[in-house]
Design a protein around this ligand. Structure first.
Ligand SMILES: Nc1ncnc2c1ncn2[C@@H]1O[C@H](COP(=O)(O)OP(=O)(O)O)[C@@H](O)[C@H]1O
Ligand SMILES: [Mg+2]
Length: 338
């Protein structure tokens, strides 16, 4: 008798058996102010396996960066966090700040949209890289400098030894982002968090930086949380996608499914707002209205005021539930969407 193997679910193709590096479970974050607790994100859950890139997608103000900050343990004192964050199986959200920083410095690398804010303007690039390497890996000065040069070389920066003696303002935007990538991978992390890493770059440089990130992910078997508002990049670059709207996860699934067959009307709307390369004449249809600011979310479905499918049921908050290909937080998801 021939054994028939069940096909793998689409969401686990590349890294089905790889260990889970990051688990975010029912994460909530609010800011305490005079009026009480102002929720910023609610009930955010996703996982990232070794070697896998997971996109966090949504318009500006949806809570993507604050989700990343919570994972990194870099939130202001007046923030209140609920839920769980596990890194390589270890619960980190309850750790004392010092221990948390130590763990994160060693096991997580960060890449931000604007390297000028993340890199020090008056310290040489060599000093910044060697400080990180010495602090986290306990390397001596010379060994750290050798390793820094190797890393710059690895991320495609020519004349690494000269660059190490220079300052960040002397570099182009693309080269700065390469330095950020070198720093992010310098201590052998298991997770990289990249928050809109190419948004500030020219289109051709964007492609080069994305290629480099993809190469690093695959070569170093890194888990990657990739934050973007660009659905096209998600389809090309990420295994899975988590779509956020007004502090909520509204759709979650394999990126090919979410990008080509979105089930949440918001994900569909994001897709319709992407310029098509196949047909330059296609008119863009941006989603009408704007993301409600924190403190002004509707009680039911937060997308309902902008949604053509909304009805009375949407005055009640929907749960994230499995629907056809993905998990969707919607009372009226799109059926067999194409
Ligand atoms: N330190 C803060 N204090 C108060 N509100 C904040 C703070 N940081 C972010 N927010 C609010 O939280 C929401 C989500 O912000 P953010 O995570 O930066 O969104 P995104 O990265 O998706 O653009 C926004 O409405 C923003 O105004
Ligand atoms: Mg952001």
């Amino acid at each position: 008798m021939t054994a028939h193997l069940a096909p793998l679910p689409a969401e686990t193709t590349r890294t089905a058996l790889a260990p889970i590096v990051l688990e975010v479970e029912n994460l909530g974050l609010g800011f305490r102010n005079a009026d009480g607790l102002l929720p910023i994100i609610t009930d955010v859950s996703f996982t990232i396996r070794q070697g896998e890139a997971v996109a966090l997608v949504g318009e500006s103000g949806c809570g993507k960066s604050i989700t990343a900050s919570a994972v990194m343990g870099l939130v202001p004192d007046h923030a209140e966090i609920t839920g769980l964050i596990r890194l390589n199986g270890k619960e980190v959200s309850g750790l004392p700040p010092r221990e948390r920083r130590k763990l994160c410095g060693r096991h997580m690398g960060f890449i931000f949209q604007e390297p000028m804010t993340a890199l020090h303007p008056t310290l040489t690039i060599g000093r910044q890289m060697t400080d990180t390497l010495r602090h986290n890996l306990g390397l001596g000065r010379a060994a750290a400098m050798d390793r820094a040069a190797e890393l710059l070389d690895r991320v495609g920066i020519p004349r690494a030894r000269d660059i190490l003696k220079g300052y960040v303002h002397e570099l182009s935007g693309g080269m700065r982002q390469r330095v950020m990538i070198a720093l992010a991978i310098s201590c052998g992390p298991s997770l990289i968090i990249a928050d809109e890493p190419t948004t500030a770059l020219d289109v051709t440089i964007q492609a080069q930086v994305l290629d480099l990130l993809d190469e690093m992910r695959s070569e170093l078997d890194l888990a990657m949380l990739f934050i973007t508002h660009d659905l096209e990049v998600v389809g090309d670059f990420c295994d899975r996608a988590v779509v956020m709207y007004a502090g909520d996860v509204v759709e979650r699934g394999a990126s090919a499914d979410v990008v080509h067959h979105p089930a949440h009307p918001y994900a569909r709307g994001l897709l319709d707002a992407v310029p098509s390369h196949d047909d330059g004449r296609r008119r863009l249809s941006p989603i009408g209205g704007t993301v409600p600011p924190v403190g002004q979310w509707p009680d039911g479905c937060r997308f309902a005021p902008r949604c053509a499918r909304a009805d009375e049921q949407c005055l009640t908050r929907p749960a994230l539930a499995s629907h056809e290909r993905s998990d969707v937080r919607c009372w009226h998801p799109l059926e067999g969407a194409a």
